[in-house]
Design a binder for this molecule. Structure first.
Ligand SMILES: *Cc1c(COP(=O)(O)O)cnc(C)c1O
Length: 365
C-alpha cells in the first residue's frame, strides 16, 4: 500500500466557481446566455492593451519565459517606488501565499488568521504541516485585537486579507498599523490586498510604507481581479530583500508564463481600463446593494467586487434556482457560511438579471 502524507489526508480540494462551459452542458443553455458572478472576475474582461501585449508574446511561446520577470518587475518597481529585489512574481497570488507558507511555516509552527478569511490561508498552512489558529470574526471581519492575543510562541505568520474575501470587510490604515506595530518582529504579517484596486483612493492604505518600516510585513497583490487577468495567473509580493531572496530559493523558476508577464505589463500601463473597472464596480455594488435591500436580503457591506448575501436555510435552494436560470454565484459553505451566497459584481444588465432571478426565486418558495 502506498503511503499518503498526513497533510494530504486532512486536506480538502479547493471549491472553485462553476465554469460557464460546465453549466452550459448541464442545462443545455448556450454559453453566451450564462452569467457567471461566482469568482470575482472582471466583468469588463481584460484591458485591450494587455491583450495586445499578450498576443505579441504568444509568438515567443516556444521559449521559456524570463525566470526573473525583469520587465514586469521593472514596471512594478517603478509603480511602487521599491527596488526590484523586493518583488516576487507568482502564478497568481495563490502561488505567492504558498511560497510564503513554505518559507516561514512548517511542523512545529502556527499561523494565525480570521474565521471567514480567504480559504487558501488554511490550505497553505496545512500543506506545510503547520497549525492553523483560526480567530473568531467580529461582524464578519478580522478582530485584530483577538488575532494579536492569539499569537503564540510558535506562531510565525499572520494572514490578513484587506478587503477580505468572501465577506468584503475592510480594515483602516489606523487599525492595521496599530496591529502591525504590536506584532512581534519574529512573526511575518502577510497583508493580502487582492482587492486593493477596488477601494476608493481615500481608503487605500500606503502598505508599502509598512514594508519599509517593518521588515516582517509582506504585501501580496494580484492581476486576477481588477486587472482582469485571472486566467493568465499573475500575482506578486512586495517584501524585504531578505524575505524575497528566501522565497526565490524555492520558487519554481518558470512560475509565470511569458504571455502572463506581457499581459501584466500591458495591464499596468492601462490606467483608463482600471478607472473604468473601478467605476463600473462602484455602480454595480450600489445596484446590487440597493436591489438586495429592496428584496429584504441581508448582506455584508462590501469593499470588494462581490457581495456576501444571506439566504438562511434557503441558500442551497436559491443557488439551485439561479443555476437553473443560467446564473452562477458562489456557495460559501466551505467557509462555514452555509446560509450565504457570494455574488460577484457584474455589468449592469447581469446584476439586473441576478436580482430579477432572486425575486422570482423568492416567489417560488
Ligand atoms: C482571488 C484572491 C486571491 C488570489 O487570486 P490569484 O488569482 O491566485 O492571484 C488572493 N487573495 C484573496 C483574498 C483573493 O480573493
Amino acid at each position: 500500500m502506498v503511503q499518503i502524507v498526513e497533510q494530504v489526508l486532512r486536506a480538502q480540494p479547493y471549491q472553485a466557481g462553476k465554469p460557464i462551459g460546465e453549466l452550459a452542458r448541464e442545462i443545455g443553455m448556450p454559453e453566451a446566455d450564462i452569467v457567471k458572478l461566482a469568482s470575482n472576475e472582471n466583468p469588463l474582461g481584460m484591458s485591450p492593451v494587455a491583450r495586445e501585449q499578450a498576443n505579441a508574446a504568444l509568438l515567443d511561446a516556444a521559449y521559456y519565459p524570463d525566470a526573473n520577470g525583469f520587465e514586469l518587475k521593472a514596471a512594478l518597481a517603478q509603480r511602487f517606488a521599491v527596488p526590484q529585489d523586493w518583488l516576487t512574481l507568482g502564478n497568481g497570488s495563490n502561488d505567492i501565499l504558498e511560497l510564503l507558507a513554505s518559507t516561514f511555516l512548517g511542523p512545529g509552527t502556527s499561523a494565525v488568521f480570521s474565521q471567514y478569511a480567504f480559504i487558501v490561508y488554511a490550505q497553505a498552512t496545512l500543506r506545510v504541516g503547520a497549525q492553523s489558529i483560526v480567530v473568531p470574526a467580529r461582524e464578519y471581519g478580522h478582530d485584530l485585537d483577538a488575532m494579536l492575543a492569539a499569537i503564540r510562541d510558535d506562531t510565525s505568520m499572520v494572514f490578513i486579507a484587506n478587503p477580505n474575501n468572501p465577506t468584503g470587510t475592510y480594515l483602516s490604515a489606523a487599525q492595521l498599523e496599530a496591529f502591525i506595530a504590536r506584532v512581534p518582529s519574529s512573526v511575518v504579517v502577510v497583508l493580502d490586498e487582492a482587492y486593493n484596486e477596488y477601494l476608493p483612493p481615500e481608503l487605500r492604505v500606503d502598505s508599502v510604507a509598512w514594508v519599509r518600516q517593518y521588515p516582517n510585513v509582506v504585501i501580496t497583490r494580484t492581476f486576477s481581479k481588477a486587472y482582469g487577468l485571472a486566467g493568465l495567473r499573475v500575482g506578486y509580493a512586495i517584501a524585504s530583500a531578505e524575505t524575497t531572496e528566501y522565497m526565490n530559493r524555492i520558487r519554481q523558476p518558470f512560475n509565470v508564463s511569458n504571455v502572463a508577464q506581457a499581459a501584466a505589463i500591458g495591464a499596468l500601463q492601462d490606467d483608463a481600463f482600471r478607472q473604468k473597472t473601478y467605476e463600473t464596480n462602484l455602480q454595480g455594488l450600489a445596484q446590487l446593494s440597493a436591489g438586495l435591500d429592496a428584496l429584504g436580503i441581508e448582506h455584508v457591506p462590501s469593499h470588494g467586487n462581490f457581495v456576501l448575501a444571506k439566504f438562511g436555510a434557503h441558500a442551497a435552494q436559491v443557488n439551485a434556482f439561479l443555476l437553473k436560470h443560467g446564473i452562477i454565484v458562489r456557495p460559501v459553505g466551505g467557509y462555514g457560511l452555509p446560509e450565504w451566497l457570494r455574488i460577484s459584481v457584474g455589468l449592469e444588465a447581469q446584476n439586473t438579471r441576478l436580482l430579477n432571478a432572486l425575486k422570482a426565486s423568492a416567489l417560488t418558495r
